[in-house]
Design a protein around this ligand. Structure first.
Ligand code: CUA
Length: 312
């Protein structure tokens, strides 16, 4: 007998299934109730004599209230329950293992912080919250891991996140769930959930050229970003140490939180948001660097927060 739900292998799976089961149960209950009543009334109130005519009914207040209030209550339960699951899914825990994802026609590219790169395969440890920071090189894709009950669009030009915590080792399907061209159906992969020790062994067994942040640092020098963005106050560009996660004061009085999207935009379209006190002199890097290189630079800027002990 096929199972009602796909295999569940994340902390979110049972919560999603419980809600889904409730929706099915409500639908089945009322479908059966209504169908049953139709049949029952058809028999019970059938025309018994050729001249038999029913009595006119002019509404009933109690009935009106009952069939308004009961569905409203059920809808409220679905809303509150659904919202709580939605918030749990959309807010990752503070401590997550971050992995970058770049979708393109037609493959998935994964970048681990230590520098490991994978295509169409993603290795993660069991029992740890993993956050995927995702973007696309071309069109809209969508990451879907049924066993984890997580699914999110992957969009060109911006970062989207999902998180999950796998509960048992194994290999799980990864699908693209947004039609993205001829080979959309072939844009599939596997998430390989491993015991922490196995995962460590896998990490250290993979050939890497350096962590994402160190590759980013090298790029930062190669692109000559370093000539303006300097840690001493001599630079013509804003200091990047301790920047990530902070609120930045912009020209014109607005503020913006320095997250991944802000750093990405500042590299590709530097004129979009000028930090107060600086001139719009930075050249654009649009078309000059790939999504992967952008992620390396973002990760380098992030790493500047931990290298430096912030003076408060
Ligand atoms: Cu990528 Cu469908």
């Amino acid at each position: 007998m096929p199972a009602l739900f796909p295999e569940s292998a994340s902390t979110m799976a049972s919560r999603v299934d419980a809600l889904y089961f409730f929706l099915i149960a409500v639908a089945v209950f009322f479908s059966v109730l209504i169908a049953g009543l139709i049949v029952y009334f058809a028999v019970r109130y059938r025309r018994r004599t050729p001249e038999g005519v029913g009595v006119n009914i002019h509404g009933g207040l109690l009935l009106e209230i009952a069939w308004t209030v009961i569905p409203a209550l059920i809808a409220a339960v679905i809303f509150v329950w659904g919202a709580s699951v939605f918030f749990a899914m959309s807010r990752p825990p503070d401590e997550t293992l971050n992995i970058y994802v770049v979708g393109k026609q037609w493959m998935w590219k994964f970048q681990h912080l230590d520098g490991q790169r994978e295509i169409n395969e993603l290795h993660v440890p069991v029992g740890r919250a993993v956050k995927l920071i995702m973007t696309s090189e071309d069109v809209i894709h969508d990451v879907f891991v049924p066993a984890f009950r997580v699914k999110a669009d992957v969009l060109p030009g911006r970062y989207t996140n999902i998180w999950f915590q796998a509960t048992k080792p194994g290999r799980y399907h990864l699908f693209c769930a947004e039609y993205c061209g001829t080979r959309h159906s072939g844009m599939i992969g596997e998430v390989i959930v491993m015991e922490p020790s196995e995962y460590e062994a896998w990490l250290s067994g993979s050939r890497v050229e350096g962590s994402l942040a160190s590759t980013g640092e090298k790029l930062f020098q190669d692109l000559a970003c370093i000539t303006c963005h300097r840690a001493d106050t001599q630079g013509r560009g804003p200091v990047l140490q301790g920047l990530f996660g902070k609120t930045v004061q912009l020209q014109g009085g607005e503020t913006v939180v320095a997250d991944e999207a802000y750093i990405r935009e500042s590299i590709l379209r530097p004129a979009a948001k000028i930090t107060a006190g600086y001139q719009p002199i930075m050249p654009t890097f649009q078309g000059l660097i790939s999504e992967e290189q952008l992620l390396e630079l973002v990760e380098y800027v992030k790493s500047l927060n931990t290298q430096q002990s912030p003076a408060k």
